[in-house]
Design a protein around this ligand. Sequence first.
Ligand SMILES: [Zn+2]
Length: 157
Amino acid sequence: MDIQEEKTELNAHNKKEYPPMHTAEHILNQTMVRLFGCPRSKNAHIERKKSKCDYELAEDPGAEKLDEVERIINEVIDRHLPVSYEYVSWEKAGKLVDLSKLPDDASETLRIVRIGDYDVCACIGDHVQNTSEIGHFKFLSHDFTDGRLRVRFKLTE
Ligand SMILES: [Zn+2]
């Protein structure tokens, strides 16, 4: 790595997220991208007790398909994957991840977050060090309106 970490200036993260829930959000995003080819959630509300994420989908995936999403997420969590960081230039980051969600004033050096070999994205939030710290993932409800799937979920032991 040719970028010195001490030179890195990251933008202030204006909301403090609960690391296990926020890390689960990464895994959920990647699972939705893999199964449905949709973008990562652009509208997420992450809280300690329960969270919600919206996804742009052409049609309602239905309860059975979401059971599969839940099962895959828990399989990923149960692999006890390490969360790792890399600081890279904007240019290099663009080859690794979709940067369209980032604000225009994002810092020149971006932090890339990897969850084992499962997910990679640019993020300055707080994460667990290993997916073994997340617990397990459970959907609480979902609804689908006008191309928007909203899921609510929580973490269990
Ligand atoms: Zn994150």
